[in-house]
Design a protein around this ligand. Structure first.
Ligand SMILES: [Zn+2]
Length: 184
């Protein structure tokens, strides 16, 4: 049994429209950081390979300090917000925690940007479904998981995660359940 998941309790992505968030240095001018722009390009390319004519809206994406109200999110004090998509601004705004970004690997950065673009570009909500694979390993089914996916799993299932992001067909070959499907 893996116990690494506990580490992830300290790593949370936030869907801003669910929480009250105050951000410093709100980005106001497109994608200001080249290191971020790279991942946005990768996202666009991946999106185009799944759906031709993927509409990519104007976005302001930047890095800064993210403050948040732990009480509003029911999170412990040790929880951190790595990125935020705020679809309520015009254009929509993504804020990335500079502290997290600077300490992150290439794949963790990609995962974060893809997740936030999943909210802001694809309009996706969180999907915290987990599956047990044939080898007994437990993995999140979607990049839209609330928590950071272990790098080892993201590396191994990167293609599946990207396919799921754009098509909702997950690594089991199933489409994501909609809320209606869960009504019973
Ligand atoms: Zn999120």
């Amino acid at each position: 049994m893996k116990t690494k998941h506990l580490l992830f309790l300290a790593q949370i992505y936030a869907a801003t429209y669910l929480i009250v968030t105050v951000a410093e240095n709100l980005p106001t001018d497109g994608i200001e950081d080249k290191s971020i722009a790279e991942y946005v390009q990768t996202f666009k390319k991946a999106g185009e390979s799944f759906s031709h004519g993927l509409k990519f809206p104007n976005l302001n994406i930047g890095m800064g300090i993210i403050k948040y109200m732990a009480d509003a999110m029911n999170l412990g004090e040790s929880s951190l917000v790595m990125g935020i998509c705020n679809p309520a601004t015009i254009p929509a705004t993504i804020l990335i925690s500079r502290q997290y970004w600077e300490a992150s690997s290439d794949l963790d950065r990609e995962q974060l940007i893809f997740h936030e673009l999943g909210h802001c570009v694809l309009g996706r909500d969180h999907n915290d479904e987990i599956t047990v694979l044939e080898d007994g390993e437990t993995v999140p089914l979607s990049l839209m998981n609330t928590y950071v996916i272990e790098e080892e799993h993201y590396t191994r299932y990167r293609e599946e995660y990207i396919r799921e992001l754009f098509t909702k067909v997950n690594m089991l070959g199933n489409a994501e359940c909609s809320d209606e499907d869960k009504s019973e």
